[in-house]
Ligand binder design. Structure first.
Ligand code: 5AD
Ligand code: SF4
Length: 438
């Protein structure tokens, strides 16, 4: 039988990256090999993001380029999945007639059936129903040969309805997988040589709310018992749901890496209330202090939005002030992007694009200074590195991550991949560190 090829392109967050891995695994079962060469593809899938307008624009320009391939290969099937597919549904067919399939965020497990139908009939299919089951996130994706880290989705959806965010509308209500399912998947991953796992969920801190007595901290305590797993990470945490029990895990559980991504979004109480975040700056800072008290070496990263409706110069200065006091290890910062259907759409006090850009640039300039300062503090220290592969930026070097999630480039060859090595940090840069193996 002739090989069939799948080309899959992913936009957006780690959840989408892992969804694409699951899609590739499912379609391998019906004979599709993944390829990086779009021209070779029999099936092209785009896994989309809708968190900000820019992500949506990027997707449409890429889709415009890809559909041209159908002129040379009319049998090519083109499918669109992910958050934007969930949001736009059949409107995608109207915008781009060459699309054959639109599938939603809860329908990944149905893909083999949907693609088989499309192979037999020249038709258009849309499947964007929300499911009551967790079938869509429970698909096992065998890691690539040589991989040392893997994602494990532990829950789907979000109940928080932050005023700016589309996720609760596009990924549905929170639903957690059972600890038994998760542990079984992790054990299977260790058979492939996986040593580090990253637990994924929109708000992992509310893991288990639909399961009775299963908290996120208790899940971590079960996972540390799995032989072969040496490092555990998770993302993303909502500050309001960060429990004392979980904070203590950073002190008690050796396998839990000393890094937390804890999106603050703003340093103004007024803006946080408008955003419906459910905490004050004081409460946020108390959690950061608590984390640093129990685990002094923890690295803390964050997300910040500038130019949320109603954010005045004073509010913005309060964000700057918070960043100056907290000194995050790094920050992902964004201009507020209005999304249809969200509560923030109806708020007054919209901020000009040019003003948002000024705030963003200034904030990023300041954070670069703090990031470099944090990295420089590691010069001369010993760090444990899990080597992931070739360095992306530094010639023939290899790269790995510290437990605190910092990239370190070291001399060495491919044999090091998957190994945990001890290094001494010799030089700090903004986006990486240089290390010498000890
Ligand atoms: N505009 C700008 N940034 C957003 N984020 C989520 N929604 C929006 C939006 N409408 C950011 C938040 C979140 C991160 C994943 O994306 O900071 O933590
Ligand atoms: Fe969006 Fe807020 Fe849910 Fe995160 S917690 S996915 S920002 S609604």
């Amino acid at each position: 039988m002739k090989n069939k090829y799948l080309y899959i392109e992913t936009f957006g967050c780690q959840m989408n990256v892992h969804d694409s891995e699951q899609i590739a695994a499912l379609l391998a079962d019906i004979g599709y090999k993944t390829t990086d060469n779009k021209k070779l593809a029999d099936l092209i899938l785009l896994n989309t993001c809708s968190i900000r307008e820019k992500a949506a624009q990027k997707f449409f320009s890429e889709l415009g380029r890809l559909v041209k391939l159908k002129e040379e290969n009319p049998a090519l099937i083109i499918g669109v999945g992910g958050c934007l597919a969930q949001h736009l549904g059949g409107r995608i067919f109207k915008k781009v007639a060459q699309v054959d399939l639109v599938f939603g965020t809860h329908n990944i497990h149905l893909l083999p059936e949907l693609i088989s139908t499309l192979q037999k009939e020249k038709t258009k299919i849309m499947q964007i129903d929300f499911q009551k089951s967790l079938n869509s996130i429970g698909v096992f994706a065998p890691p690539e040969k040589g991989a040392v880290s893997a994602f494990v989705t532990i829950m789907q959806g979000c109940n928080n309805f932050c005023a700016y965010c589309v996720v609760p509308y596009l990924r549905g209500p929170e639903m957690s997988r059972s600890p038994e399912d998760i542990i079984e998947e992790i054990k299977k991953l260790t058979d492939y040589g996986i040593k580090e796992i990253t637990l994924l969920g929109q708000n992992v801190n509310s893991y288990g709310n639909n399961l009775g007595n299963s908290s996120f901290a208790s899940l971590i305590k079960k996972i540390v018992k799995v032989d072969g797993i040496e490092r555990i990470r998770f993302t993303t945490s909502h500050p309001k749901d960060l429990s004392e029990e979980l904070i203590n895990c950073f002190a008690e559980e050796e396998k839990l890496c000393e890094h937390i991504h804890l999106p603050a979004q703003s340093g103004s109480n007024r803006v946080l209330a408008l955003m419906n975040r459910g905490y004050t700056v004081k409460e946020y800072r108390a959690k950061v202090d608590h984390l640093r008290r129990v685990c002094p070496q923890i690295s803390i990263t964050s997300d910040i939005i500038v130019g949320f409706p109603g954010e005045g110069e004073n509010d913005y200065q309060e964000t700057i002030d918070m960043m100056e006091k907290i000194r995050f290890d790094s920050v992902f910062s964004f201009k507020y992007s209005e999304r249809k259907g969200t509560a923030a759409q109806n708020l007054g006090g919209k901020v000009d694009e040019s003003e948002k850009l000024r705030r963003l640039k200034e904030l990023q300039f300041l954070q670069d200074e703090y990031t470099l300062e944090k990295n420089a503090a590691l010069e001369g220290t010993g760090q444990e590195l899990l080597v992931e592969g070739k360095s992306k930026t530094s010639g023939n070097d290899m790269m790995g991550r510290t437990r605190s999630w910092k990239i370190v480039n070291i001399k060495g060859d491919h044999d090091l991949v998957g190994k945990i090595v001890n290094v001494k940090i010799s030089k700090a840069y903004l986006h990486s560190l240089r290390g010498e193996t000890i």
